[in-house]
Design a binder for this molecule. Structure first.
Ligand code: DQA
Length: 145
């Protein structure tokens, strides 16, 4: 039987993890995180694919593609688009995908402009504030869906 696929979508500036404000986001690179998720996915019987883009519309396209290719769940760290993107909110609603919102930091304890999450209005779950571990906890939850 084919493994269930989990797509891990990362938005703007997350390609800079490792050097980007490490006091907030930690020292792991996105490649470090992707490698750990792939190994964890193997253990959980999930096929995990990580992607990153700095472009809002590309995230929308990837969500549409995820629906047509029948992915099991999406872990979405939309970066700053979390707080601005009605297009992402609409895409999650339109695709009916099981999306788990992920953040390394806890946006609600930071600046007021990070307190609103459009992604969170349609996501089924959210894991935040655990650093790179947020992705691993989110993948555990995706396996249980
Ligand atoms: C982030 C939090 C967002 O507010 C910020 O814009 C990011 C990263 C996080 O993972 O903590 O780019 O999504």
């Amino acid at each position: 039987m084919a493994l269930r696929k989990v797509l891990v979508l990362n938005g703007p500036n997350l390609n800079l993890l490792g050097t980007r404000e490490p006091e907030i986001y930690g020292h792991d690179t996105l490649a470090d995180i992707a490698a750990r998720l792939a190994a964890q996915g193997n253990a959980l019987g999930l096929d995990v694919e990580c992607r990153q883009t700095n472009h809002e519309g590309v995230l929308v396209d990837w969500l549409h593609e995820a629906r047509s290719s029948g992915v099991h769940a999406v872990l979405l760290n939309a970066g700053a688009y979390t707080h601005t993107s009605i297009a992402l909110l609409d895409a999650i609603k339109a695709t009916q995908l099981k999306v788990i919102e992920v953040h390394l930091s806890d946006p609600e304890t930071r600046e007021a402009f990070r307190h609103l999450s459009y992604v969170g209005m349609a996501a089924i779950d959210c894991v935040k504030g655990l650093g790179a571990k947020s992705y691993e906890v989110a993948l555990e939850r995706a396996a249980l869906l």
